[in-house]
Design a binder for this molecule. Structure first.
Ligand code: NDP
Length: 454
């Protein structure tokens, strides 16, 4: 065999797995056809977060007046932001490549596919490996209505030469909600269409409702139970025929309706690797596919499509195969943030999920953050604890509000450790902060108390 490990895909999962494996002394090759660092670094988490931050500055500049600042905001330079974001993502992509190189892995810039269960083809080269990892990630799903070819997918935002004046965002998932926040924050007249009754299916209902109110307050034209029937081009603009019968004139239509595993053309058939109907590689915990020495990690398995899960899986597999430390990562209690405006941070069960397993106590707090008592901005924070009544274990921690992602990381440790409401209660708050509310909530939600009193 030419290598101990051949990794197809240089994104979050593949680079981590290859780097750690090489560090353990394995002979490793990693192939990447598009960009090192994958979706997260180039057209996902990193540029998205920078754009969310860019969008926040506009409102912060306006907030500053309440604190005595006299700031004259004359506009936003989209080209300058694009340049700065691309420079940073290019830098990070380079770091990923260098880290692999430094660990002693062979770096292959090219399109790799399986020829058989131990052989990978890259161009004319045939390379054999004892273990193979498929870490090719996913790609955006395209809609199927007439005129779908006029729609952009999420990758396009990061390469747009000019900022559109108006935009329509289709979908109600992570990307749709984050994009609507970015666009609206940067002054784009934004309409978001979602087919269901309330977006962000799977998140806690109170958080979803509160986010809808915040986004409307921030000027997003949010329409639920609405999709797109067709899109037409009319000169320089597009006409979006919405399923509610209206026609929306716009400059850009983003179709952000989910992502699918990128397995086409990989030669999985030739190697005997089983996939689902949607092309996701079927894996056991730990990433083993139907072929024992071939593994799949990250979004290509379509389990929990989050960067830290992919990197965690990559690291664990490298330790298992080459580090003498067999282990898998747990997919329970994975904290996550949605970088909307304001952001969501969450870990554990929603109230609806928890209620399926037994009686729950719910603690909920809504308040205006201290900053906005002076900024004058109508922005509220919502914090919620879901507690198992018999054991008092905290099953879910949910927040909509500034810094939610930062705050939830710490509370996720407590939830993973099995903390009880009493553990929260005996923790002293940090004052004045929003986060202290999580350790000072003493009274159950009013509707629960009323029910208990009946
Ligand atoms: P999601 O799966 O989160 O959301 C897809 C959305 O599109 C849902 O609202 C879904 O509606 C809707 N939808 C699906 N099919 C159609 C259709 N045919 N017509 C209209 N609407 C449709 O996907 P995203 O693309 O937003 O994100 C992909 C993944 O990337 C996420 O699942 C997440 O794991 C990851 N991600 C994570 C981020 C983070 O950590 N902050 C940020 C961005 C992405 P319905 O709910 O009714 O099915």
């Amino acid at each position: 065999m030419d290598f101990d490990l051949f990794v197809i895909g240089g994104g979050s999962a593949g680079v981590r797995c290859g780097r750690i494996a090489a560090g353990h002394g394995a002979k490793v090759a990693v192939a990447e056809r598009r960009f090192w660092g994958g979706t997260c670094v180039n057209v996902g988490c990193v540029p998205k977060k920078l754009m969310v931050q860019a969008a926040e500055y506009g409102a912060w500049a306006a907030d500053a007046a309440g604190f005595g600042w006299d700031i004259d905001v004359r506009g936003h330079d989209w080209g300058k932001l694009q340049q700065a974001v691309t420079a940073e993502t290019t830098r990070i992509g380079g770091v990923y490549r260098r880290l692999l190189d430094g660990a002693g892995a062979r770096i292959i810039d090219g399109d790799a596919s399986l020829v058989d269960a131990h052989t990978v083809a890259v161009g004319d080269e045939r390379i054999t490996a004892r273990h193979i990892v498929i870490a090719t990630g996913g790609a955006s799903v395209m809609p199927e209505f007439p005129g779908a070819e006029h729609c952009l997918v999420s990758d396009a935002l990061f390469a747009m030469p000019e900022k559109p004046r108006r935009a329509v965002v289709l979908g109600g998932g992570y990307i749709a909600c984050e994009f609507a926040g970015i666009l609206a924050g940067l002054g784009v007249a934004t309409t978001q269409l979602y087919r269901g009754h309330l977006f962000l299916r799977g998140f806690d209902a109170d958080i979803r409702e509160a986010l809808a109110a915040e986004m409307r307050e921030a000027g997003v034209d949010l329409r639920f139970e609405t999709g797109i029937a067709k899109v037409e081009r009319a000169g320089d603009e597009y006409l979006v025929h919405a399923t509610d019968g209206t026609i929306i004139e716009t400059d850009a239509v983003f179709a952000t309706i989910g992502r699918r595993p990128a397995t086409a053309g990989l030669g999985l058939d030739a190697a005997g690797v089983a996939v689902t109907e949607t092309g996701a590689v079927i894996v056991e915990p730990g990433g083993r596919t139907s072929v024992p020495h071939i593994y799949a990690l990250g979004d290509v398995t379509d389990q929990v499509n989050l960067t830290p899960v992919a990197t965690g899986q990559g690291h664990a597999l490298a330790d298992t195969l080459f580090g003498g430390n067999p282990r898998t990562i747990s997919l329970a209690n994975i904290p996550t943030a949605v970088f909307t405006a304001p952001p969501i941070g969450t870990v554990g069960l929603t109230e609806a999920e928890a209620a399926k397993h037994g009686e729950v106590d719910v603690y909920l707090s809504r308040f205006r953050p201290l900053r906005h008592t002076i900024s004058g901005r109508e922005r509220r924070t919502l914090m919620k604890l879901v507690v198992d009544r018999p054991t008092q274990r905290v099953l879910g921690v949910h927040m909509l509000g500034e810094d939610a992602g930062e705050i939830l990381q710490g509370f996720a440790v407590a939830v993973v450790m099995g903390a009880t409401k009493q553990d929260f209660d005996r923790t002293i708050g940090i004052h004045p902060s929003a986060a202290e509310e999580f350790v000072t909530m003493r009274t159950r939600r009013p509707d629960q108390l009323a029910k208990a009193a009946e």
